[in-house]
Design a protein around this ligand. Structure first.
Ligand code: GRF
Length: 230
């Protein structure tokens, strides 16, 4: 077993979180961390929007926040500028894991491939189906009977990295895009801490080489699926 893997077992997993909005998933992790239910330390939060409520949630928990939303002239920061600042910040925080939780900018292949730590994303569909935006609306329009959310490794291809875990629900006749969003978020709030716990304990692989490593062949095939009350 590698040193980095052993290290993760013994110390809290250092997690940096990238956000753009409400931050309800960030809050779930803050609550679990503060309750001693998750062996993690949220070392910092980066927001690409200065009006994200996630910033307030992080500040209330005394977690360092970097807001990388605008240039000095008030224009939207280019992705390259955002990534340059984000890299500097992440180098300072030295996370073991970078979590995209409702982060709404598409990151470049360069940034992802040179990341200081593995990166995972929470996506509101049962990947590989319904990559991208407006997943709930598209699921309703297609008349799907099943929907849910996925946590996957971030790669240069959008929403296409290895899927680690999923939580599933049955789409009801009465469901709308809004009700599905609410129901899927309820799943996310359970799937995320469960997945982070498995990563922090070294049960789920964090690194690409571990993802394809023989030592996991005795485990159920990824993604691991949760059927929860939604
Ligand atoms: C989540 O529903 C997630 O699936 C999507 O963005 C939303 C973020 O919600 N990528 P929040 O900011 O954690 O409340």
């Amino acid at each position: 077993m590698s040193d980095s893997h052993t290290k993760i077992h013994n110390k809290p997993l250092r997690v940096a979180v990238l956000v753009s909005g409400n931050g309800s998933n960030l809050q779930v992790l803050i609550d679990a961390m503060q309750a001693g239910a998750l062996p993690i330390e949220i070392v910092g939060v980066i927001s690409n929007r200065d009006d994200a409520f996630a910033i307030t949630r992080a500040q209330r928990a005394d977690i360092p926040v970097a807001v990388l939303s605008h240039t000095d002239s008030g224009k939207r920061m280019t992705i390259k500028t955002f990534e340059r600042h984000a890299s500097t910040q992440l180098d300072e925080w030295q996370p073991d894991l970078i979590l995209l939780a409702g982060f709404m900018r598409v990151l470049s292949a360069d940034f992802i491939n040179s990341s200081i730590a593995p990166m995972i994303n929470l996506h509101p569909s049962l990947l590989p189906v319904y990559k991208g935006l407006d997943t709930h609306q598209r699921v309703i329009q297609a008349g799907e009977r099943q929907h849910g959310c996925s946590i996957h490794v971030v790669t240069a291809d959008l929403d296409a990295g290895a899927v680690l875990t999923q939580a599933l629900l049955e789409v009801l006749q009465k469901d709308t895009a809004n009700s599905l969003q609410t129901r899927v978020q309820k799943l996310e709030h359970q799937l995320l801490p469960w997945t982070i716990l498995l990563l922090a304990k070294g049960v789920l692989p964090l690194h690409n080489e571990q993802l394809s490593n023989q030592q996991y062949t005795c485990m159920p095939t990824l993604p691991w699926k949760l059927y929860l009350n939604s």
